[in-house]
Ligand binder design. Structure first.
Ligand code: SAM
Length: 301
């Protein structure tokens, strides 16, 4: 692939057109061809992702244009999410290292963390007290637990996942954000290896896509780990295991923030007596609910 544009705005337009003509799927951290084009340019030119393409003095060298052309060709031919090709992405204003062992970070829970779980988190014991222990179940890249650690500087955060290679990447992200003193990882199949203690806030973004949908999703999703997306016939295998023991792991004032995406309806059908509180989130995203420790008691088996 050859790119011809010599200015940054023209280059972004040229890449956008090439992407749009290639029938790709978006939604892996960026929603449109234009978003991907701008991110590809910002990455290669070492600019912040919210850069102004019309800023005076911005230019692109032949070498940078060739690098972008190579990545663009790979994006189009392999239909991999762009951020896997670049090895990094951004969520809620923070950079995260990514690879194909983890789901591309995009959870709408990120905006709830940045709102400090307002108005759901009421404080531990006394009003406005900070959470001191946070658990990120099914942590993947560690993005949600790390965002929570950045938002609550007093909290100890545990990231857990069943995949050792995902945890290895999460460790890299912990180091990149210099959080080794407060954020740790444990390899665990749901609750199996999680230390017995109670948490103020538990974040859970488990796999929740029904298995039958695997073949229907665009090729971009086939590059993500299957065990990060699919979870049994109704998409709820892991979620049901989480809920079965959740109340043992929450403090009395604790909160579960659970994402089940489009499986929200299936969850309501399965737990027909439960009133789930589905949130309308700042930056969109569906199927996120909040449950108090008291509400979680009903799931105990
Ligand atoms: C939807 S991804 C979420 C990753 C991350 N929290 C995020 O928001 O990007 C689900 C994660 O759950 C992990 N997982 C799948 N089955 C699991 C299980 N039985 N126990 C623990 N983690 C599991 C996968 O390895 C994957 O990293």
């Amino acid at each position: 692939m050859i790119l011809k544009s010599t200015t940054v705005p023209d280059l972004i337009n040229e890449i956008t057109t090439a992407l749009e003509q290639s029938n790709l799927s978006y939604g892996h951290g960026m929603e449109t061809a234009l978003d991907e084009a701008a991110y590809l340019v910002s990455f290669t030119l070492r600019l912040p992702p919210d850069f102004d393409p019309y800023e005076a003095g911005l230019s692109v060298t032949d070498r940078q244009r060739e690098e972008i052309a190579g990545l663009l060709q790979q994006r189009i031919e392999e239909r991999k999410p762009l951020v896997y090709l670049l090895g990094e992405t951004w969520l809620a204003g923070y950079k995260f290292i990514v690879n194909e062992h983890v789901l591309v970070p995009r959870s709408p829970i990120a905006s709830l963390i940045q709102e400090r779980f307002f108005p759901w988190w009421m404080g531990a014991g006394e009003a406005n007290a900070e959470p001191s222990a946070i658990l990120d179940l099914c942590s993947g890249s560690g993005c949600l637990g790390i965002l929570a650690a950045l938002e609550f500087p007093e909290a100890q955060v545990l990231l857990t996942d069943i995949d050792p290679e995902a945890l290895q990447l999460a460790e890299q992200n912990i180091q990149a954000h210099q959080l080794q003193n407060r954020v740790s990882t444990v390899l665990s199949d749901v609750w199996a290896q999680i230390p017995v203690r109670q948490y103020d806030i538990i974040l859970a973004n488990p796999p929740y896509v029904p298995q039958r949908e695997q073949r229907e999703l665009p090729t971009e999703y086939q590059h993500e780990p299957a065990h990060a997306l699919y979870s049994g016939s109704d998409g709820l295998d892991v979620t049901k295991k989480i809920l079965a023991s959740i109340s043992r792991h929450l403090t009395d004032d604790g909160l579960l923030v659970l994402e089940v995406g489009e499986s929200a309806y299936a969850l309501e059908q399965y737990f027909a007596d439960t009133q789930f509180m589905w949130l309308a989130l700042e930056n969109g995203g569906e199927g996120v609910c909040v449950l108090t420790a008291q509400e979680c008691k009903q799931f105990a088996t």
